[in-house]
Design a protein around this ligand. Sequence first.
Ligand code: GTP
Ligand code: ZN
Length: 341
Amino acid sequence: MTRIRDEFDVRSRPSKKGTRPRTKTRPEHADAVTGFVTGVDRGRYTLLVDEDLPTERRVIAMKARELTRQRVVCGDRVDIVGDATGEPGSLARIVRIQERRSVLRRTADDTDPYERIIVAGADQLVIVTALADPEPRTRMIDRCVVAAYDAGLDVLLCLTKADLASPDELIDLYRPLGVEIVVTQQEPDGGLRTDEVLALLSGRVSVLVGHSGVGKSTLVNALVPDALRAVGVVNDVTGRGRHTSTSAVALRLPGRAGWVIDTPGVRSFGLAHVEVSDVVAAFDDLAEVALECPRGCVHTEAAPDCALDAWVAHAPEDDKDARAARLESLRRLITARTAVG
Ligand SMILES: Nc1nc2c(ncn2[C@@H]2O[C@H](COP(=O)(O)OP(=O)(O)OP(=O)(O)O)[C@@H](O)[C@H]2O)c(=O)[nH]1
Ligand SMILES: [Zn+2]
């Protein structure tokens, strides 16, 4: 397996001048305030400061020099100094990225050798998949699930276009993994009932991914009726007319019920660093059984004496099918990890 270099692998070398104390002129920015990054556009970051307080405001910021090698992404919480008033034309400086609860990476590709972080601090990954037109691609879904679990995110599988095909098969395939599943369909008037989805997004930061045409925009527009306007705000400030960027953008659900982060153009996730044990670790029951496996067991069907096979074979009759389905799902994820597509 090729090891893909992480953008942060670059070790920082001590400078020739030795260790110069740098805290003299800039202590630890005691006057800094915290912002939530809702958008990134060509080196300009849109932040929400004082979230949910009467003083809540949008602030535009750039990275301070000391951060140039670090990537600030949507969902980050950052500390800023300078002009944090949010007044038109004001520009603050990001001096610190706060510890990240989670990081989701997209894969390296032909044009970019790094697995880059695309979103930080999310709670769940919403995999938007159409039941038809385009046909669901389970390999792709499996890879998204692996990426989510590796990033420490929960998974919500959102099956769209239920007016075109039944969700039953996919539900049977994914229920054994224990992921949340929600089914949507456009009404004849073009609208979309969102109460069920909203309930599952409530109070959380959710990242939406999905291939072109699956109905992700339709869903986002139904969830956040002023989504386009919200994005427009970002671009008014940066002077760009339309939201044409390919970077992620965080949109607040009505009633401040949570955040959805839309990720246009994200096709695949970096899985090169994910070990078999990372996948198994996402399932408490299976991870416990796997402790009994021979050393170095890869838990596939061909793996000799895999304890997971015995776990199914010795299941109580009424649990046998469920265990078999769960093991099959786990094995699918383990292979999806290294497969292409
Ligand atoms: N039949 C049916 N069509 C839908 C449904 N939801 C969305 N569509 C249609 O599917 C097409 C694609 O929807 P979009 O919301 O643009 O899909 P997207 O995933 O955002 O795709 P891109 O804009 O290419 O990224 C549009 O013609 C929608 O009207 C649905 O529930 N049922
Ligand atoms: Zn095993």
